[in-house]
Design a protein around this ligand. Structure first.
Ligand SMILES: [Zn+2]
Length: 94
């Protein structure tokens, strides 16, 4: 699916509708030094595998995309979740 790179949306800091630049939020690499990750490696020590029972996977069709909107007036950014689930990744076109 294609979406335009400039859309008119409400800016929460300007309190009016202005043109926003659209960008897709890509998930970065998970930090290995975060508190939860350090705790989990400590819990796993001494076991062959994981001591906790694995979660049952939930299968959903497609993924939701998080769009980052940048206000052209005040340059502040806010997020908007693209509600529809899409199988193919969303493209931003000019
Ligand atoms: Zn603004």
């Amino acid at each position: 699916m294609k979406i335009p790179d400039k859309i008119t949306a409400n800016c929460p800091s300007c309190h009016k509708h202005v043109i926003h630049n659209v960008r897709i939020n890509r998930k970065g690499k998970e930090s290995t030094l975060s508190r939860g990750r350090r705790k989990y490696t400590e819990v796993k020590k001494g076991y062959g595998g994981s001591p906790r029972t694995p979660k049952k996977p939930v299968y959903k069709v497609g993924k939701r995309t998080v769009l980052i909107l940048e206000c052209s007036n005040c340059k502040k950014k806010h997020q908007r979740i693209f509600e529809a689930r899409t199988k193919k990744p969303i493209e931003v076109t000019s």
